[in-house]
Design a binder for this molecule. Structure first.
Ligand code: AMP
Ligand code: GLY
Length: 430
C-alpha cells in the first residue's frame, strides 16, 4: 500500500514512524511533514518517506496531489483539515481517507454541539449553558460565583478555553469572545461550564462507525511550567498508562461515556470513523467529560504508538472500512513517557531557526525515540521551526524507568532557549 499522511507535528511523526513499520507499506508521503519525518523510511522497501511542501489546510493542493499519486489511504492527523471537510472532499473524488467526516467532526469543531449531545444522550459532563447573548452568558456565569470555564464554540488553536475564578474574569472573557470578537466567527457562541475539580486524563477510542475500541489511559500536561503553573499549551508531555484508573474503573468509564456516545451517534446518523478522544475529569462523583476531540491527541499519540503492538495500517484500514470488530488492540505492558522540548517563549511568541544539537547521540539510546514536531532541515542542519520542537519519548518496564530514560535523552538535546517540564509523570511515579 502507498500512504499519504497529513500534518507536521509530533503526532504525525509518531503516526508516520508506526505506519512505516507495517509490512503492507511500500511508499509514503507526508504533507508537509518535518525534518524528523523526512528521516523515516518504510521498513519493507527501505524507501524514505517523502515530505511534500503542501500545508495541512491547503485542501485543493492536497486533493490534486492525491489525485496524481493515488495513495491507497490518506491518514489525517490534525483537526483543522478535518473541520474543513477533507474527508468528504477526498471521498467525493473517489479517494480512500481515514478520519471523521464533516458531520462527525462536529464533536471537535463545535463545543456547543458536543455539550448538547452529551446532555441529550446522558454522557456525564459539567453543568453548562450555551449562549450567543453576552448578558445571558454573564447571568449564567454568576450562578457559579465566577468559578467556571468559558469556552469558545469553534476551533481556536487550543486557546479557546478561559478558566475563570471570579465574576470579573467571567465577564471579561465573555466580552472578549462575544462582543470584541477576539476569536472571530469561532466565538459567535460560548459554552460556559461549571469548574470541575479532579485529575484529568485522556481517553482515546478507535471507531469504525459501529465499533469503538478503547485505548489504555494516558495523561497530558497542558500547562507550560512545572507543577501545572503557567499558560495552557498544546501539551508539554504525556505518559501511559495513567495509574489513576484501575482496569475495572476504566471499563466503568467506558460504559458511562462510550456506550451512550455510540447510541447517540446511531440516533443522529453520525458515521464516526476515526479517533474519538474525550478529555475526562475524574471527579469525586465519577468521570465527567470536559470536551471531545475527534483526532489523536498530541503528545498522547507519541506514548500510545510506542506501546501499540498491532499493525497500525491494518487498524486504520479497518476503521475506514467498518471492520474493526475483527481486531483486538494489543498493548505492550511497558510504560511510555514523552517529554516535550519547546522553544523559548512558547506558548507565547518565540524565535525560530535555532540549530538542534544532540540528535545523533539521542538516536543511539535504546528504548528512546525522539519525535520531531517543529523542526525543519536547513542545509546540513536541523533547526527549530515551531513552538513544540521535539517529543522525547522513552519506554521501560515501569513509568519510573521510562521517565528516567526520557529525561536522560532530553539532557543530550540542545537548542537555544529550549525549555521542558521536569515533572512529566512525576505524580504517577509518586
Ligand atoms: P478543553 O479544550 O475543553 O479540554 O479545555 C482545556 C483545558 O481546560 C482542559 O484540559 C482542562 O484542564 C481545563 N478545563 C476545561 N473545562 C474545564 C472545566 N469545566 N473545569 C475545570 N477545568 C476545565
Ligand atoms: N494533548 C492535547 C490535545 O491533543 O488536544
Amino acid at each position: 500500500m502507498n500512504l499519504l499522511v497529513i500534518g507536521s507535528g509530533g503526532r504525525e511523526h509518531a503516526l508516520v514512524w508506526k505506519l512505516a513499520q507495517s509490512p503492507h507499506v511500500t511508499r509514503m508521503w507526508c504533507g508537509p511533514g518535518n525534518a524528523g519525518i523526512q528521516q523515516e523510511q518504510t521498513e519493507k522497501t527501505k524507501r524514505p518517506v517523502e515530505c511534500v511542501n503542501i500545508g495541512a489546510e491547503d485542501l485543493p493542493k492536497l486533493l490534486a496531489f492525491a489525485q496524481e499519486k493515488k495513495p491507497d489511504l490518506t491518514v489525517v492527523g490534525p483537526d483543522n483539515p478535518l473541520a474543513l471537510g477533507i474527508v468528504d472532499l477526498f471521498q467525493k473524488n473517489g479517494l480512500r481517507i481515514w478520519g471523521p467526516n464533516r458531520k462527525a467532526v462536529q464533536f471537535e469543531s463545535s463545543k456547543a454541539f458536543s455539550q448538547r449531545f452529551m446532555e441529550k444522550y446522558g454522557i456525564p459532563t459539567a453543568a453548562a449553558g450555551t449562549f450567543s447573548d453576552a448578558n445571558e452568558a454573564k447571568k449564567f456565569g454568576a450562578k457559579f460565583g465566577g468559578k467556571c470555564a468559558v469556552k469558545v464554540d469553534g476551533l481556536a488553536l487550543g486557546k479557546g478555553v478561559l478558566i475563570c475564578s471570579s465574576e470579573g474574569e467571567v465577564n471579561k472573557a465573555i466580552d472578549d469572545i462575544l462582543v470584541n470578537k477576539a476569536f472571530g466567527e469561532a466565538g459567535s457562541r460560548v459554552v460556559i461550564q461549571e469548574f470541575l475539580e479532579g485529575i484529568e486524563i485522556s481517553l482515546h477510542a478507535l471507531c469504525d462507525g459501529k465499533t469503538a475500541k478503547l485505548f489504555p489511559t494516558s495523561q497530558d500536561h497542558k500547562r507550560a511550567l512545572n507543577g501545572d503553573e503557567g499558560l495552557n499549551t498544546g501539551g508539554m508531555g504525556a505518559y501511559s498508562p495513567a495509574p489513576f484508573l484501575s482496569e475495572a474503573k476504566l471499563a466503568d468509564a467506558s460504559r458511562a461515556i462510550l456506550d451512550p456516545w455510540r447510541r447517540g451517534c446511531a440516533a443522529e446518523g453520525i458515521d464516526f470513523r476515526g479517533i474519538i478522544y474525550p478529555g475526562v475529569m475524574l471527579t469525586k462523583t465519577g468521570p465527567r467529560v470536559l470536551e471531545f476531540n475527534a483526532r489523536f491527541g498530541d503528545p498522547e499519540t507519541q506514548v500510545y504508538l510506542t506501546r501499540l503492538e498491532n499493525d497500525l495500517v491494518e487498524l486504520l484500514d479497518a476503521s475506514a472500512n467498518g471492520t474493526l470488530d475483527k481486531f483486538e488492540l494489543r498493548w505492550s505492558p511497558l510504560a511510555s513517557v514523552c517529554v516535550v522540548m519547546a522553544s523559548g517563549g512558547y506558548p507565547r511568541s518565540y524565535a525560530k531557526g535555532k540549530p538542534i544539537r544532540g540528535l545523533p547521540e539521542a538516536a543511539r539510546l535504546s528504548n528512546v525515540k525522539v519525535f520531531h514536531a517543529g523542526s525543519v532541515r536547513a542545509g546540513e542542519q536541523i533547526v527549530t521551526s515551531g513552538g513544540r520542537v521535539l517529543g522525547v519519548t522513552a519506554w521501560g518496564k515501569d513509568l519510573r524507568g521510562a521517565r528516567d530514560a526520557a529525561y536522560a535523552a532530553a539532557e543530550k538535546l540542545h537548542f537555544d532557549g529550549a525549555h521542558f517540564r521536569r515533572d512529566i509523570a512525576a505524580k504517577a511515579v509518586g
